[in-house]
Design a binder for this molecule. Structure first.
Ligand SMILES: Nc1ncnc2c1ncn2[C@@H]1O[C@H](COP(=O)(O)OP(=O)(O)OP(=O)(O)O)[C@@H](O)[C@H]1O
Ligand SMILES: [Mg+2]
Length: 311
């Protein structure tokens, strides 16, 4: 292994090889998944309902045994006590004692986990729950329960946070707050793996995104990479001649898209030059504008072709 390769391995907080979970004969919840999460990043794990997000996260913390393949989390197999001490996780609706206050629930967890009790007030403050911390958790709204769950995940001051749909149940203001909060956690040096079925959410918060569909990773990269290179849309007549002329420019492709528009993969800064070139060649240019695909388009394309949700 080269020095660079080993450094890269050191920087992987999570890596899985052919990680697979089957339920019974027919359900393949997670299918030979290769996931790589790097130190200090927010990794957005994006997929529609039933894609296998929760099952994957459960395997990473040792709550579910893989049927095949393996995972390494913070250098140890999932569920190893040494690793678990450095991971905070919130996976699908945390369970709390309903008759205890939020604060007392966290105290119980702190005592159980050998965490200093002054962490409780600190994490309650971090998630914005201090004012209601004395109320029984049964009286909390869904969003407040979610915040309490995140507070619980933070108790150990973990270097890796695994959060399954952390903004579930939050109102828009709460979602924005939670996003900023998660971002601040990663900026403080933590690694965050969070799942969501909302592309807008993942887009705003993640350094890198992995898209899971039917248990497999179908795309991975930064949001910009997933969007692909920006380009131009050109409406020009005659279209075939315009396509030929544009295609002759070095490193530029023009293909006929929907609605009679030419889709040109090119630096959008060249719009004026391309326009001038076409006009000088006697082509009538009626529209030329920059275009980037929305992450929503990409997400739908990646997750819906050839099959619907499976849950
Ligand atoms: N305990 C189980 N027994 C049988 N099938 C299961 C079990 N847990 C999950 N599955 C199936 O595995 C697939 C993946 O489920 P999973 O909960 O991991 O999806 P998800 O991406 O978290 O979905 P959602 O966005 O709805 O939370 C689904 O088809 C689900 O029905
Ligand atoms: Mg889920």
């Amino acid at each position: 292994m080269t020095a660079t390769a080993s450094r890269l391995e050191d920087d992987l907080v999570i890596s899985t090889e052919r990680l697979t979970k089957r339920y019974g004969e027919t359900i393949v919840a997670v299918d030979e998944l290769a996931l790589r999460v790097r130190r200090g990043e927010v990794y957005g794990f994006l997929g529609p309902n039933g894609a296998g997000k929760t099952t994957t996260l459960r395997m990473l913390v040792g709550l579910v045994r893989p049927t095949a393949g393996h995972a390494t989390v913070l250098g140890a197999p999932p569920g190893a006590p040494a690793g678990l001490a450095r991971i905070g996780a919130l996976i699908e609706g945390p369970a709390f004692y309903p008759y205890l206050s939020g604060r007392d629930n966290l105290r119980v967890l702190a005592r159980h986990g050998g965490v200093a009790e002054d962490r409780v007030a600190s994490v309650l403050g971090q998630v914005g729950l201090s004012a209601r911390a004395g109320d029984r958790s049964a009286t909390y709204s869904m969003g407040m329960k979610q915040r309490l769950g995140v507070a619980a995940a933070l108790l150990k001051d973990p270097e890796l946070l695994i959060l399954d749909e952390p903004t579930n149940g939050l109102d828009p203001a709460g979602m924005a707050e939670m996003r900023a909060f998660i971002r601040s956690l990663a900026d403080g040096g933590r690694t965050v793996l969070l799942s969501s079925h909302l592309m807008g959410e993942i887009e705003q918060i993640s350094d890198r995104v992995g898209v899971i569909r039917e248990g497999s990773l179908v795309a991975e990269g930064t949001v910009a990479q997933l969007r692909g290179r920006a380009g131009l849309r050109v409406r020009a007549e005659p279209r075939a001649e315009a396509a030929r002329l544009i295609g002759e420019l070095p490193g530029v492709d023009a293909v006929a898209g929907d609605d009679g528009l030419l889709e040109v993969v090119v630096d959008t800064a060249r719009a004026a030059a391309i326009n001038r070139m076409l006009v000088q060649a006697g082509i009538a240019v009626s529209a030329i504008y920059p275009h980037t695909a929305s992450l929503e388009d990409i997400f739908l394309e990646l997750t819906t072709t050839g099959g619907g949700p499976r849950s």
